[in-house]
Design a protein around this ligand. Structure first.
Ligand SMILES: Nc1ncnc2c1ncn2[C@@H]1O[C@H](COP(=O)(O)OP(=O)(O)OP(=O)(O)O)[C@@H](O)[C@H]1O
Ligand SMILES: [Mg+2]
Length: 321
């Protein structure tokens, strides 16, 4: 794997963002810059921005490439289950998909009961909730326990900057967000996608804990998987070899995600409010190393790290699109 020294050299080369005037209508998410072209394509540039506590915290070298290539791995591993929006990957940090009409719910699938935020299954269970988004949960579950069967806990898609709301199948249908038939099609696809993720991750010694999917309707009227799939920004992964021991001892699980930086921030009293603490280079490089390690572990492939400025490379590729 690339050394910490090499990773540090990439810090000044990080991709902060893009602002292409001629690509199409621009929409900036916390991590990705999206462009909708006039000919029905969605160009998504995955930047090196890291978000935590609903804020953009800093730039992490190679993070955009890790996320994009991990999504690529999973799109390819799941395309027999459901069609996805992908047209091509013209650069390590770019994916071009077909522009679809997004469906207004995010489909969250959980195999374990965990989490700390107010929308998480464990937070609600601990407060006494036994029917979570229409799923009846048994008594006596402990934090991080495997659920008897994976559950779907959909959430509505909040407008830019708003907070998502957890809902049940019945609420989705009552509110007219989806028809019952369409919900059931999505639910069945989600469970198959999650199951595929569980199987592939297990072979690599990883527990695929939970994730979320977004779907859209293609111009021909088909349901298509859009956005991204099974990356550390949308999913939780734990190391399988430590699971039982830690679970029995009531300890936290060893995680593959942005937890490292979140904990570093939390130790300094930052939980999303006020000024973001300055992040030292060592912490950025270690965060990057963990992302790269996760990529190599999950995909079983070596990460191709080029120490070079990302923006000019992306610019060159997209100028010829
Ligand atoms: N092929 C596609 N067609 C239409 N919309 C898409 C497609 N792929 C992704 N999207 C949508 O584009 C939006 C991309 O936003 P993005 O994820 O960059 O930011 P966000 O979801 O608003 O905020 P966050 O940064 O918190 O994720 C999402 O709503 C996603 O559902
Ligand atoms: Mg998003």
């Amino acid at each position: 794997m690339i050394s910490i020294e090499e990773i540090k050299k990439q810090i000044p080369n990080c991709l902060a963002g893009t602002n292409f005037a001629n690509l199409g209508k621009r929409y900036e998410g916390k991590v990705r810059d999206n462009y909708t072209t006039v000919d029905g394509k969605r160009i998504i540039v995955i930047t090196d921005r890291l978000s935590a506590f609903d804020r953009v915290i800093c730039l992490i070298p190679f993070k955009g490439q890790v996320l994009n290539q991990m999504a690529k791995f999973w799109f390819e591993q799941t395309k027999d289950i459901i069609e996805n929006h992908v047209i091509e990957y013209p650069d390590a940090n770019v994916i071009i998909g077909r522009e679809c009409k997004p469906l207004p719910v995010e489909m969250v699938v959980r195999g374990y009961i965990t989490g700390v935020t107010s929308t998480s299954a464990w937070y609600n269970y601990e407060k006494g909730v036994r029917n979570f988004c229409g799923n009846v949960l048994p008594e006596g579950l402990k934090k991080n326990q495997k659920l008897p069967v994976p559950i779907i806990t959909p959430s509505t898609k909040a407008e830019h900057g708003g907070h998502d709301e957890s809902v049940s199948r019945d609420q989705i249908i009552e509110r007219g967000l989806l028809t019952a038939e369409r919900y059931d099609t999505l639910a069945s696809a989600c469970l198959k996608l999650y199951q595929r993720g569980v199987e592939i991750a297990a072979k690599q010694g990883i527990i695929f804990v939970d994730t979320k999917y977004e779907f859209g309707i293609s111009p021909e009227g088909k349901i298509v998987l859009i956005d991204e799939i099974h990356t550390p920004d949308s999913s939780r992964f734990w190391f399988a070899d430590e699971y039982e021991k830690r679970f029995a001892a009531g300890e936290e699980q060893k995680k593959i995600d942005k937890e490292y930086l979140r904990e570093w921030l939390a130790e300094r009293g930052f939980r999303g409010e006020g000024e973001i603490p300055a992040i030292p280079e060592d912490i950025k490089a270690e965060t990057a190393r963990r992302y790269i390690e996760a990529y190599e572990l999950i995909t079983g492939q070596k990460f191709d790290a080029q120490v070079e400025p990302v923006l000019p490379r992306v610019e060159k590729v997209l100028l010829n699109i």
